[in-house]
Structure formats: C-alpha cells, structure tokens
Design a protein around this ligand. Structure first.
Ligand code: EPZ
Length: 442
C-alpha cells in the first residue's frame, strides 16, 4: 500500500448521531464458527473492514465461498458463507501473519475434521500474543499438537472428548477456540475461568442456533454438551454491536462536549466505560440500543485498571488516556491485559501530552492543550485515538499508517465528518480491497 494518511484540522467538536457497526471481535469468530456446519450460513451486521476481508480469504482458502451482499438495495453488511466445499484444514502463513485472529479457525476445523494445520500467529505491537492457553484448552479435549516449520499440526488420535478445562487466564481467544471444538466433542465440557466478553455470548448464541448445546456463556463457567459433527446445521445470525467502536465515539463526544449519541449498541456492554465517563464529569444517558454522552464542565482526572470483561476494556485504554490528557489534573491508567500497550503515549506526547510510563502504570498529567503534529498509528485503537486527539488539538495533525484503523473501523473518517469533524483521507493509497483510491474528501 502506498502512503496513506488522515489529515485532521483541530479546535473542532463532535456532535450528533452515529450508527455503530457490528463487532469486529465477534464477526471474525462467527465467520470461523460457520466451518462447523455444511451449507450456507448467513451472518448479518458484519462491518466492512479489512480484517473481515482477510478472514473471508482464509475461509476461501479452506474451500468455502464467502459473498458479501453488496448488491444495490441489499444490505452490504450481510455475508453468506457456503461451507459445503470446505475440504481442507490448512491455513497458509501469509494469511495468518496478516491477521492473528485467523487462529480462530483452529477450534472449528478440529470440531469438523478432527484435524487442522494452522500457521503459528506472530506477535504484534501490543504484545507476544501467545496461544499456549488455546493449546492447553484443546489438549484437554484430546487434541495433540506438533509444530512443523512454523505450522501447528493438530490431530485427535483418540477422538475429541469432553473435559473439565480450567484456563490460566480468561483469554478471549482461548475461550473461543476451546468452545468451538468442545461443541463437537463427545460428552460434557466445562470451561472454567472462561472469558465473559459480550462477543463470547454472541458466538455461543450462533453455535446454539447451529444446533450446539452451550449454557452460561458470558459467565466464567461455560457448560457444553457435545453433539455429533453431522448434527450442526447452518443458521442466520446477526452480529452484536461493536462496543469498542461505540466507546471510541463516546470518548470523542466526551472530549469535545457533545452531545453525541451512538446507536446500535447495548449499553450493558460498556458498563465500566460509562462509569469512568461519569467519574470524569460527563453526563451519560442510556437507551435500549443507544448511549448519549455530553459534558458541561471541565474533565476530571480518573484512575483506570484495564481488566478482562466486565472490567475496563483494554481496547479503550488509549482513548481514555487521551481523555485523561485533556483533564484538569493527574490520572493513573494501569494496563493489566497486554504487556506492551502504551506505545500510544509516545505519539500523544508528540502532541504535547505529559505522560510518564512506569512498567504497567502510566501517570497522565492533563491540563495542557494539545498541538497538532505528524503522528503514527501503532495499533488500530491507538490510531483511532490519534485522530480524536487531532480533532481537539491546536492546528493540523497528520496520522500515518492508517491501515491499522481500516482493520477495525468502518468508514471512520466518514462517520467523524458526519459528526462535524474536519478530517479527510489524503494521498493515493490502496484501500483494503486493493483498489487505488485517490480521495481528497475536503
Ligand atoms: C481479543 O484478543 C481481541 N481481539 C483484542 O482486541 C482484545 O484486546 C483482547 O481479546 C482482550 O479483550 C480479537 O478478538 C480479534 P486474549 P485475544 O487471549 O483473544 C495473553 C482489538 O484492538 N494470552 O484475551 O488475543 C495475551 O498475550 C484487539 O480489537 C496468553 O498469554 O486476547 C494477552 O496478554 C486487540 N496466552 C492476554 O492473555 C494465550 O494462550 C489477553 O489475551 C492467550 C492469551
């Protein structure tokens, strides 16, 4: 991809209404789960982002046919995944290295074929992203692994049998992979210390719609009664709203005063983020499927510990660090989930923020106005936060490496412009479909 940047002109506000897309971190796993059933699954409310394109390529590599209903008048957020032709259980390195979440096909491939060959995912900017807990969970079900030339080769010589799995940490990915194999294992599986994120519940709901027997997803103890491989059937499932996209826009409203309303999101997904917005002096109103944020007075400092759900989400850490940098006082933000997720601080410091990092703790001294500057996205959440920083900063900000943002935010620039931001994508670049777009939205 050639140079791609977002140009942001500052001293602006974000007000109005924005529709939240389906959750990236659910849709990717729902697509993987479709492998378990022969036939056509329909997955709705799928965001139009590059990670979904990569997962579509992974499924097509396995023999599936993935089509996005982007016919005129049809909802282009609907995917049809025909898995009748899935005849391979091998995913190539170049796809897995593009997107770690490809590892999510491991569980369903084992569930369907009893075997899988998946390239070992690499780390990324925010951490080593190990998969030891994925492997331990699957080994408890009778899976045996060998690592051959960077590939994980999974086999089930003694079949797939239910077990009492205890995860060392409530890992989202490990819970999902273990769950997507357990539903096809013989007998009962209990997954203890399971992740409780809303995306786990969404996945479990789709598995049940496909015939699986799963109880208590969303709690730390998930119960599964396995069914036979030929008992799974395709389903038509709608992806839940993206709580991190919603939280990102709510921070934008909190930053500039709003009022800003996000639609298409269950407020219960963002309980802790809402608590922190209120602690920082914002007014937050909740409806069945919308949340409105506004602020009159100064932003107040805050203390945040990122934790597995229902704790404060690590994926909103950068956005709240920005909020804290604009607050009247000193905040403390501790990152407990990933080992290296403070790179955003260095970029924000280039805009004038005063942040001290001490291992997993950051001390954010707010109160100084931010200045526009050239900055780089280090991961998709940091990238989204840098654009928000540019909206409140003095002068112009150029955000580089916005391919990160395209991975997880559908039409981020378009949505921000609809809320009043003066932002544009500039420069010739390949979008995530590989077509060259020279766009100056100005
Ligand atoms: C998912 O990643 C999300 N990604 C992440 O969102 C999110 O930050 C994370 O869950 C936590 O909520 C997707 O769903 C595609 P974990 P995942 O397994 O599953 C360690 C975003 O911005 N760990 O809960 O990889 C791991 O290194 C992304 O959308 C092991 O050590 O997260 C991390 O430190 C970023 N061994 C911690 O646990 C394992 O086997 C949490 O990881 C698995 C994980």
């Amino acid at each position: 991809m050639t140079r791609e940047i977002i140009v942001v002109r500052g001293n602006n506000t974000l007000t109005g209404d924005v529709q939240i897309a389906g959750a990236k971190n659910s849709a990717l796993k729902l697509m993987a789960a479709a492998i378990l059933a022969q036939g056509e699954c329909v997955v709705r409310n799928v965001p139009d982002i590059s990670d979904i394109e990569v997962m579509s390529e992974v499924l097509e590599e396995l023999g599936a046919v993935v089509t996005r209903d982007n016919f005129v008048g049809r909802d282009e957020h609907t995917l049809t995944i025909d898995t009748a032709g899935v005849d391979s259980f091998e995913t190539p390195y170049e796809l897995v290295s593009k997107m770690r979440a490809s590892i999510s096909v491991l569980g369903p491939l084992i569930g369907r074929f009893g075997e899988a060959r998946v390239a070992m995912p690499g780390g990324c900017q925010i951490g080593a992203r190990k998969i030891d807990m994925h492997l331990k969970g699957l080994e408890a079900l009778g899976v045996e692994f060998e690592v051959e030339h960077g590939y994980l080769h999974a086999t089930t010589p003694r079949g797939l049998n239910g077990a009492h799995v205890v995860l060392g940490f409530p890992s989202v990915g490990a819970t999902e992979n273990t769950l997507m194999a357990a539903v096809a294992a013989k007998g009962e599986t209990i997954i203890e210390n399971a992740a409780c994120e809303p995306e786990i519940v969404d996945l479990a709901n789709m598995l049940v719609e496909m015939g699986a027997r799963v109880e208590d997803a969303g709690t730390s103890v998930i119960r599964v009664q396995g069914i036979g491989r030929d008992e799974f059937h395709p389903c038509d499932h709608t992806t839940c709203g993206d709580r991190i996209e919603a939280g990102t826009f709510l921070v934008g409203g909190a930053l500039t005063g709003g009022p800003l309303t996000v639609h298409g999101i269950d407020p219960s997904y963002l309980r802790m983020a809402i608590v922190k917005l209120r602690e920082m002096g914002c007014t937050v109103q909740e409806g069945d499927d919308y949340i409105t944020v506004s602020r009159e007075g100064e932003l107040r400092p805050v203390e945040i510990q990122t934790l597995p759900h229902p704790g404060f989400p690590t994926d909103l850490q950068a956005q709240f660090m920005l909020l804290a940098a604009c607050a009247d006082g000193t905040s403390i933000i501790t990152e407990n989930v990933f080992e290296n997720r403070f790179m955003f601080a260095a970029e924000l410091a280039r805009m004038g923020a005063n942040i001290v990092i001490e291992e997993h703790h950051s001390l954010v001294r707010g109160g100084r106005p931010l200045q526009g500057a050239p900055v780089s996205s280090t991961d998709l959440r940091a990238g989204a936060a840098l654009v928000l920083a540019g909206i409140v900063a003095e002068g112009e900000t150029h955000v580089y490496k916005i391919g990160h943002i395209d991975r997880g935010y559908e039409d981020y620039v378009g949505k921000l412009r609809s809320l009043g931001a003066d932002v544009s994508r500039e420069g010739p670049y390949l979008n995530h479909r590989g077509t060259v777009r020279v766009e100056t939205d100005a």
